[in-house]
Design a protein around this ligand. Structure first.
Ligand code: C5P
Length: 241
């Protein structure tokens, strides 16, 4: 079992601030973390992060930075200053970009006098790029690429990687138990419930058993008839693992 209890992150994939804030109000006191991704951030800007934090949530700013190191430095600083409690970059940006991201996070933390460092994660290989025929993999097996990028991410000093539940156990074995795994693609087994566009799905209990530290869940909660009840159900399953 991981030393700290796995945590639920609800993905607020909405087009507008009011929709996101309405969902946040339904989840207050139940889910500790909310995720603001590209759709919502591009629509609303960093103000939405501050509004969600004002409601008492921890916020994952999921913008997956990938650019030259100097630009990533500025983006990481801005994200930390917006109040992000968790943020991410692409591991394929290379070691220099990853190290600069860690340094920028640490500088912004010191400048703001924060007592807790926002967690910095890297995306290894996007699920949409997992086909070995995709040129970016150069014919490599996605699984070996994921492990290599996870090891490089750890070497650069990041806190963890975004990965599928299927990869979590191998990443923990290679990078150590303290290296964090954050897992999307969580689904409750229900023949009448959609898997949406997720390819490699796992139940909450299986993802926790595999070693995932954070479970990212969107539509199974946000499109449920009763989002609060759905979040409670997922938390109960996580606790059972
Ligand atoms: O609605 P659903 O539970 O599929 O949402 C999953 C969230 O996790 C989305 O915000 C999506 O962008 C994100 N994500 C993912 N798969 C990845 C990386 C991120 O689904 N490989």
């Amino acid at each position: 079992m991981p030393e700290r209890a796995p945590q639920l992150v609800v993905a607020l994939d909405f087009q507008t601030g009011p929709e996101a804030l309405d969902m946040a109000a339904k989840l207050k006191g139940i889910a500790p973390w909310l995720k603001v991704g590209l759709e919502l951030f591009v629509a609303e800007g960093p103000g939405i992060v501050r509004q969600l934090k004002a409601l008492g949530f921890l916020v994952f700013v999921d913008l997956k930075f990938l650019d030259i190191p100097n630009t990533v430095r500025g983006a990481v600083r801005s994200a930390v200053k917006s109040g992000a409690d968790m943020l991410n970059i692409h591991a394929i940006g290379g070691l220099d970009m990853a190290r600069v991201a860690v340094a920028a996070r640490n500088e912004a933390v010191a400048e703001m006098g924060l007592t807790t460092k926002p967690l910095l994660f890297a995306v290894t290989v996007l699920t949409s790029m997992m086909d070995p025929g995709i040129p970016v993999l150069h014919g490599r097996e996605p699984a070996s690429m994921v492990l290599e990028l996870a090891s490089a991410t750890r070497a650069a000093g990041l806190d963890g990687v975004v990965c599928s539940g299927q990869e979590a156990a191998r990443i923990k074995a290679a990078c150590g138990p303290d290296f964090l795994c954050l897992t999307p693609g969580i689904r409750i087994p229900n023949p009448s419930a959609p898997q949406d566009d997720q390819r490699r799905v796992m139940t909450p209990e299986a993802a926790v058993a595999a070693g995932s530290d954070f479970l990212v869940v969107g539509r199974p909660i946000t499109r449920a008839p009763d989002p609060a009840q759905s979040a409670r159900d997922i938390l109960r399953r996580m606790a059972q693992a």
